[in-house]
Design a protein around this ligand. Structure first.
Ligand SMILES: Cc1cc2nc3c(=O)[nH]c(=O)nc-3n(C[C@H](O)[C@H](O)[C@H](O)COP(=O)(O)OP(=O)(O)OC[C@H]3O[C@@H](n4cnc5c(N)ncnc54)[C@H](O)[C@@H]3O)c2cc1C
Length: 468
């Protein structure tokens, strides 16, 4: 349908960097760690996981001496290059949570909403301006089989008394005007849109105000258990700490056992130039929701505060061998495909061009939602595996880590979701084969009215999967 727009031309001037990080608001990096020091708690990683952990550690106990070590720049990785959908869900969506932890789902949903409420209150408390807009998310169906799957959700939703508005074809198009929409479901309060990089920088500022010592460009190269303490070695220094929290995402883990539970999956996004008033009026979008379509391979898109459209998702790429590499952050084949899908969805925006294109790495685990744990006699904790839905859930994970370090059981640490681990991925080269076959099967399902082949049905029965 987009034959009349040449995606290559539309992308010609798009910068090859994440839009959110390309901002004059990006603060100068904090100094590297040099020499030796001690701390009560060292947090490794300056993404949302590490920032929330450091901030809330200080809020819980202002006398605690907290050091945060970030290998590169605060928020440079997934944290500063995501869609900015800050969701209440802690389980990568209601359906996934219900399937895995049916007896806990009421509590998980409640705790997720409380977590999102707390994020909103924290932003107010510290004056963090990250264009937080609690507009919800509009799930749209673009194929008849997706209408059925949205309807299946309805029974569930009414059972749990959640705030969702079902929409037919006319209603959803009146909300956001695309000729591809067949139905919609607006989840009204369970999601906020925000600028993720400005959130990360705001959290950094709040940490500094509470006295956290933040060091950037300070990768931790190794850890040593000294008995009562743990020493972390960096290129120019060493910190000896009573406790350690790892918020290191999918990067090569300092705790080797974590390698089995996560694989790096690359996800890609585009950003348009700001829409003119007339272009925006042609789409409607007065309620400014985040939008997600309902295929197994899905797009997510949203407005920025200056009315650009961020358009991402669909291809979730696992590169054989499972490495994290800068060169994987650009993939022209995917950018062209994404641009084409954009013009299919909004043909009235044929004259809109893209200003940025980028990719980022996601910590995918086989249950799609984070896992948590302890090591070194309980002195080290970790949370990872958010599988593309960590903007909000990392704050919950940070609280779990601090609960575990405190040694006191809490409602969070009692959850089966927190106590159990996901099923590990097989080692390479089997891992690559299994993942690529699963990706192929998922694409096939989308092309055949959502019908899942024997392989996907077997994985479903085993509670295993692949997602971004
Ligand atoms: C393109 C894209 C779109 C996404 N869209 C959404 C979305 O709309 N909504 C949503 O909820 N989620 C989304 N996500 C996922 C979300 O961004 C992540 O779940 C979240 O940012 C994870 O934060 P993190 O702190 O755990 O990891 P990261 O942001 O990856 O941070 C980990 C940090 O640890 C540092 N580190 C690692 N090892 C070391 C070491 N040894 N020493 C020092 N530092 C170290 C790294 O340098 C990095 O800064 C998306 C992700 C991508 C890539």
């Amino acid at each position: 349908m987009w034959d009349f727009v040449d995606p290559l031309k539309a992308l010609a001037d798009a910068e090859r960097k994440p839009y959110w990080l390309d901002s004059p608001a990006r603060p100068e990096p904090r100094p590297r760690l040099t020499g030796g020091t001690t701390a009560d708690l060292v947090v490794v990683g300056g993404g949302f996981s590490g920032l929330w952990t450091a901030l809330m550690a200080k809020e819980r106990d202002p006398s605690l001496d907290v050091v945060l070590l970030e290998g590169r720049r605060i928020g440079w990785a997934a944290t500063g290059r995501n869609g900015g959908f800050c969701m209440a869900t802690l389980t990568h969506g209601l359906a996934n949570g219900l399937e895995r932890w049916p007896e806990e789902i009421d509590r998980l949903e409640r705790m997720g909403v409380e977590n999102l409420d707390e994020i909103e209150r924290t932003l107010e408390r510290y004056g963090v301006d990250c264009s937080f807009e609690r507009t919800g998310e509009l799930h749209v169906a673009t194929e008849p089989w997706q209408v059925e799957s949205l309807n299946e959700h309805l029974d569930l939703i009414s059972e749990l008394g959640l705030d969702y508005v079902p929409m037919d074809r006319e209603q959803v198009r009146a909300e956001v005007n695309s000729p591809t929409y067949l139905a919609g479901l607006w989840e009204r309060s369970g999601c906020a849109m925000l600028d993720p990089a400005r959130l990360a920088w705001g959290l950094r500022e709040a940490c500094l105000r509470l006295g956290v010592r933040v060091h950037e460009r300070t990768p931790v190269r190794s850890m040593r258990d000294d008995g009562a303490t743990i020493s972390l070695r960096t290129p120019y220094g060493v910190v000896t700490a009573r406790q350690v929290a790892l918020g290191t995402g999918v990067f090569p883990p300092l705790l080797r056992r974590l390698r089995h539970f996560m694989v790096p999956v690359y996800d890609y996004a585009l950003m348009t130039e700001p829409l003119t008033a007339a272009q925006l009026a042609s789409v409607g979008w007065h309620n400014r929701q985040g939008v997600g379509d309902s295929g197994n391979r899905f797009h997510y898109y949203r407005l920025s505060d200056d009315n650009r459209i961020l358009w991402g998702g669909y291809d979730a790429v696992y590169y054989n061998g499972g490495l994290v590499k800068a060169e994987y952050e650009q993939r022209d084949e995917t950018f062209v495909k994404l641009a084409g899908h954009f013009y299919d969805t909004f043909p009235q925006l044929a004259d809109v061009r893209f200003t940025h294109r980028w990719g980022g790495v996601i910590d995918t685990c086989s249950r799609f939602s984070a896992f948590y744990g302890q090591a070194h006699g309980g002195r080290l904790v970790y949370a990872a595996g958010y599988t593309g839905m960590g903007v909000g859930a990392t704050r919950f994970g940070a609280n779990v880590m601090l609960d575990l370090l405190s040694g006191e059981p809490t409602e969070r640490t009692e959850l089966r979701m927190v106590r159990e681990k996901p099923i590990p991925f097989p080692p390479e080269p089997v891992r690559s084969g299994v993942i690529q076959f699963t990706r192929w099967s998922i694409a096939q399902a989308d092309q055949h009215e959502g019908r899942r082949n024997l392989w996907l049905r077997t994985l479903d029965r085993m509670g295993l999967g692949f997602d971004s």
